[in-house]
Design a binder for this molecule. Structure first.
Ligand code: UN1
Length: 495
């Protein structure tokens, strides 16, 4: 079992209180993965101070040098991919291929942003005057507080930490306490890659105590947060009052539209993978499927049949398709939503309860659950459940389907299965989400494109990815005018 410490000013240190908490395997509650330092305000103070002091040196480190460290980090991640993927499965529960995929996403992000260290380009544009040059350049923002969730324990930290670093910011990283061990292993990789002390600091602990204090800390310049809407909104209010930049990414109620001309094989596979992949614990999960009434019965039959074949179990086992959910409070929350669905009058078509067979008795397993005849206003069609529960909604027409998809307070990802090029173009234009997929599920965003949602799914700049989500989020524009005429200003103005 691992002893997991904070990493502050280049040293692994215990929390000042000396207290600890446990990180456990959600597939087997008896297995403790790590004993983790339980931090408080004083630890955050130390970490922020270290990041502040390291900022000058890091800001002035040439961006290509900063990028080289990310390149080395990607190489080390690649070398350790197998072990890290397995650790993800043990600490978070996702099946091993997904754990490996998560590490791969961090590797991709590392290589991609290492290259940005040699670009980080701004613009040069002509001036109105003959002897003046004008340009915009990207500069760092300062000390970034980064708060990450448990569902992508290495990828999402990479989404935030890599661009923050390549742009010249220093970082205080507060990962979810459910995946503290993965977070520490990721920081170890960056340390091995050659980061100098204080540039990246890690503080473990609860969101309410450590996270919130970090967000409001006077020496922090900006925050990036991924998590629930309620927490994100609360943090936005704190930042609004103290004039602090915050980027939030807060989940979704994503939907797949299945039109009457859809290739149903593709649509069913998309609904399975989008609804039950990562046990439904993605902010991009396809928790609603909106099906044209003409193909509703056929879709339901095939979707239910395919979902009933999914095998629950420990994600390290080859035959497992769906792992556990992350912890007891999520487990109870999801089961409660299933009860809400039943009370609201939706038809339970599959699953609907905890799963305790065989070696699943010691974990937080919930059967893949499908509700049919869901109406768009039911709570199970409006609220984020973050578990293996899919609501199928009948649509009268294409327009009705678009209206239903748009009719929630979230706006992260959506998808349409159709063979009609015109309908796909209208969907692309009218679906009110940050990401739209055509003939593919709502999940599977790639790191070289911006990632983030609208409405309650996201606030501020894009969370991650591409130049729009990585560079624009972690740098700011500075505009330079240089006059080399040697003439008085007044003499130059002839307008
Ligand atoms: C999240 O769940 O917070 O597109 C992000 C996807 C993943 C990202 C999910 N690459 O499904």
């Amino acid at each position: 079992m691992e002893q997991i410490k904070n990493y502050i000013r280049g040293k692994w240190v215990d929390a000042k209180s000396g207290e600890t908490f446990q990180s456990i395997n959600p597939a087997n509650k008896d297995e403790v993965i790590g004993i983790v330092s339980k931090s408080g305000r004083k630890d955050v103070d130390e970490a922020v101070k270290a990041a502040r002091e390291a900022y000058e040196g890091w800001r002035l480190t040439p961006a290509p040098r900063r990028g080289e460290i990310l390149f080395r980090a990607a190489e080390i991640l690649l070398k350790n991919k197998d072990a890290l993927g397995k650790l993800e499965t043990r600490e978070m529960g996702k099946v091993l291929p997904e754990g490996l995929g998560d590490v791969q996403e961090a590797i991709d992000m590392g290589y991609y942003l290492a290259g940005e260290g040699r670009r980080l380009s701004g613009e040069t544009v002509p001036s109105e005057l003959p002897s003046k040059d004008t340009k915009s350049i990207r500069v760092p923002i300062g000390v970034f507080g980064l708060i990450t969730p448990w569902n992508f324990p290495i990828a999402i930290p990479a989404w935030k930490i890599f661009p923050a670093l390549v742009c010249g910011n220093t970082v205080v990283f507060k990962p979810s306490s459910d995946t503290s061990v993965c977070a520490a292993k990721f920081v170890e990789v960056l340390v091995e890659a050659g980061l100098s002390k204080g540039v990246l600091n890690l503080v473990h602990g609860s969101g309410g105590e450590v996270g919130e204090y970090l967000v409001s800390h006077p020496e922090v310049n900006a925050i990036s947060f991924t998590g629930s809407f309620d927490t994100g909104k609360h943090l936005e209010a704190i930042c609004g009052a103290i004039h602090r930049i915050i980027v939030t990414e807060m989940g979704g109620k994503n939907a797949i539209i299945v039109m009457d001309d859809a290739n149903l094989d593709l649509a069913v596979e998309g609904a399975i993978w989008g609804g039950f992949g990562t046990t439904g614990q993605r902010c991009t999960a396809a928790s609603r499927v909106v099906v044209h009434q003409k193909v509703y019965p056929a879709f339901i039959d095939r979707f239910r049949a395919a979902a009933s074949r999914l095998r629950l179990g420990d994600g390290l086992q080859k035959e497992t398709d769906v792992g556990p959910v992350i912890n007891e409070s999520q487990f109870n929350k999801i089961l409660n939503y299933i009860e809400i669905g039943k009370k609201e009058g939706a038809t339970l078509l599959l699953g609907g309860k905890a799963y305790r067979e065989g070696n699943c008795s010691k974990g937080y397993f919930i059967e893949p659950t499908i509700f049919g005849e869901v109406t768009p206003d039911m709570r199970i069609a409006q609220e984020e459940i973050f578990g293996p529960v899919v609501s199928v909604i009948r649509a009268k027409s294409f327009e009705d389907a678009i209206r239903t998809v748009n009719g929630t307070s979230y706006g992260l990802s959506s998808s349409i299965y159709t063979q009609d090029v015109n309908k796909s173009a209208v969907a692309e234009r009218d679906l009110e989400t940050g990401i739209v997929y055509i003939n593919a599920s709502t999940i599977g965003a790639e790191i070289q494109l911006p990632f983030g949602g609208i409405k309650q799914s996201g606030y501020g700049r894009k969370e991650a990815g591409g130049r729009g989500g990585a560079l624009d989020t972690y740098s700011r524009w500075k505009v330079i005018y240089r006059d080399f005429s040697g003439k008085l200003q007044k003499a130059q103005i002839d307008k």
